[in-house]
Design a binder for this molecule. Sequence first.
Ligand SMILES: Cc1cc2nc3c(=O)[nH]c(=O)nc-3n(C[C@H](O)[C@H](O)[C@H](O)COP(=O)(O)O)c2cc1C
Length: 433
Amino acid sequence: MTVVHDPLRIGSLTVRNRLYRAPVLEGAGSGPDAAEAYVKAFAPNAKAGVGLVIQGSACIFEEGRTSPGMTLVNTRQRVLELRPVPDAVHLHGGSILLQAGHGGIYSMEAWHEPYASQRSGPILAVSPLPRLIRAAFIGVPIHVMTTDEVHAMVTRYGEVAAWAREAGYDGFQLASANAKLLDQFLSPFYNKRTDEFGGSLEKRAHVLRLIRASVAERAGADFPCLVKLPAEKAPPFTPRSTAEEVVRLAKLCEEWGYDAVTPVEVSVLPDTTLSRGGVPAQLWRNNAITTRFRAAAPSRFRRAVLTAGYVLGGKQHPFTPVWNRHLFREVKTHVGIPVFAVGGIRTADEVASILGNDEADMVGIGRPFYAEPDLPQRILGGSREPVLCRNSNHCVPPQMLGMKGVCYNPDVKKEKAARATTAGAGATPGTPG
Ligand SMILES: Cc1cc2nc3c(=O)[nH]c(=O)nc-3n(C[C@H](O)[C@H](O)[C@H](O)COP(=O)(O)O)c2cc1C
């Protein structure tokens, strides 16, 4: 029976155990202190025993980030400057992947005023916009990518992977879910192309096949390359990628040489279905956040659209423990490569049952790391003390607005202080129970 302490082989990489930090943004940006911000976030995770860190998504082109704090990896120089990050994780025995992607129509140049007013080109789209969302893009110049441009993007993915390897990362993951550009290719909600990249599931996923080959060619066939696979929720009577398609896609990805898959159920729209939980009310309650929000989206209409995404996401998809279980469990029965679990996993017991029942090979936790960098110690130790994270999603809007990736929930801060006081008074929170 697999337990969390068992090492796992992912292609040519062996990670020391089955616990990974799921990719969440750190707001590290691309300035001179970007590497330092990542080191500050990840070194304590590695020191606390996490097997693998997947760094939150970075952007492959100069434009296309979904938030100002997202790191650019569009040049070799920029990626090499991140070298201290893998070094710090390796120092403590952990492994780290670089995740990279592009926002497509949800790039901040489409809606974040200071960036929109200075954008150098139009917003990249897979196809003309679905009718349902057109109103939100009035005045936004949309450009449907030509076949050649898609091939150029494929090349760039390979280059970024090669630079990541040179910088010391242990592998590469595609930011291919969460309504981002690659998801827009995979999804029949967005993809209406008639060239080699549109049509059947195989054709919509053709871009993944080419990217895998590009990564192998440029970074080396042994450089691990992982992919996220979205099963989609969508408004009634609109097309979406189904769970059944994700199983087929996982099999194709295995055939194409991907080293692991992460199946996730997300909305076709960029809302909080990807991080199920509360409605992040800090967006209209916290002064620092509201001020940034008004500056980013001066138009009331645009602010209303963005807010609606959070409110609807939170109302329609509240927190449910281990909400992707049905999906990763199903995929696991169809592929031989490692399957990564993520989404609402909070306890050592949940981790043990996912691994023990052979439902996935690697178990990821995301938001709780913001408040508890040393969480791995407790999960690996079998602690029954609940995580501090309340799944309130207070961490989400600040990310969108370029603030640091930390916990913004005041109740969590209070609870953390209370636990620290109790610990100082002689109790031993976090011991195995
Ligand atoms: C603020 C924030 C940023 C995120 N950034 C990314 C990202 O860059 N790439 C990605 O694949 N998923 C991203 N996610 C999704 C997480 O990886 C994870 O799937 C999700 O939070 C559910 O796991 P959890 O319940 O353990 O938090 C993000 C989620 C949040 C809340």
